[in-house]
Design a binder for this molecule. Structure first.
Ligand SMILES: C[S@@+](CC[C@H](N)C(=O)[O-])C[C@H]1O[C@@H](n2cnc3c(N)ncnc32)[C@H](O)[C@@H]1O
Length: 278
């Protein structure tokens, strides 16, 4: 496989840190809706493909909640992340029902999603382009797969309490950074949920979207510190002239959240598309 594009490689520690927050933020209603959809399928085993599976967070959330026997195919270009999944998921699925595959999602997905009853992903769609999303939706429509795309950022970053003079600049620069090409075309960033809703609708899916925001406070201190520092770093790369101003902003904002003055909300959306409903 060729060298992964800049911005498409994620630290295992960061993915581990966010897993519990991702799980508590997801829409239980959409998960129940996908269960209902899958339990109407005639096949005895449901085949589920997880795109950009990382270290398996989406699998660990969905597998215990979905009905009946399941066969999982977990795809990612980072073989090191995929290698951790089995050990992290003890007791969730017998090894023969869990397959991992190191694959570049920018290559033809071809057989990788063949026969999937459900194609799913979490925290992936901000990295993809409209063209990539359209091709995925077309393929899923052609083979009758449902899609459940969880935790796509929608661009909202809201600190409770008074605004900081630098918040606006950070949001604007971050939005530009999120739209850089990360190997799958010009990235959608925070436009991903709206684009997904339109794309799935255009391909004949019945679409339901539910908010799944991260609500962060003092109990999430480690994640808050990593997240805000990540934002600081991304913006400082674009605006090196503001490096020290941004460092001060990051310190102020991290302390404000951790010291419980101002909770932080980071907008995400979960989207389900099913065919043949109604
Ligand atoms: C933000 S992480 C989310 C991981 C996991 N779904 C989760 O919720 O923890 C995005 C994942 O997409 C994978 N990824 C990014 N670009 C990719 C590509 N072109 N091909 C395959 N995987 C890719 C990364 O390796 C990473 O594991």
């Amino acid at each position: 496989m060729s060298t992964p594009a800049a911005g498409s490689v994620f630290e295992s520690d960061w993915l581990a840190e966010r897993e519990a927050i991702d799980h508590r933020s997801r829409s239980a209603g959409l998960c129940a809706a996908v269960c209902c959809h899958l339990s109407r399928r005639s096949s005895p085993t449901v085949t589920i493909v997880d795109l950009g599976a990382g270290r398996g967070s989406n699998f660990r959330y969905l597998a215990p909640r979905l009905p009946g026997p399941q066969h999982w195919r977990l795809l990612d270009h980072d073989a090191g992340l995929l290698d951790t999944i089995e050990a992290q998921s003890a007791g969730l699925a017998p090894a023969d029902t869990l397959e991992t595959q190191a694959i570049d999602l920018g290559a033809d997905l071809g057989t990788a999603i063949d026969g999937a009853d459900l194609v799913t992903a979490s925290a992936l769609l901000d990295l993809v382009s409209p063209a990539w999303m359209d091709a995925l939706a077309a393929r899923c429509a052609a083979q009758g797969s449902a899609l459940l795309m969880a935790l796509s950022i929608d661009g909202h970053i809201d600190f409770d309490g008074p605004a900081d003079p630098l918040d606006g600049l950070v949001r604007a620069e971050l939005a530009k950074d999120q739209q850089r090409d990360k190997g799958l075309g010009p990235a959608l960033g925070g436009r991903a949920p709206a684009q997904l809703i339109n794309t799935l609708s255009a391909h004949g899916f019945a679409v339901t979207a539910m908010p799944s925001p991260w609500r962060l406070g003092p109990a999430d201190a480690d994640l808050v510190a990593s997240l805000i520092d990540g934002w600081r770093g991304a913006v400082a790369t674009r605006r090196p002239d503001l490096a020290s101003t941004l460092a001060n902003w990051a310190e102020r904002r991290t302390h404000a959240v951790i010291d419980s003055e101002h909770a932080l909300s980071v907008g995400h959306v979960d989207v389900l598309g099913v065919l043949g409903a109604g």
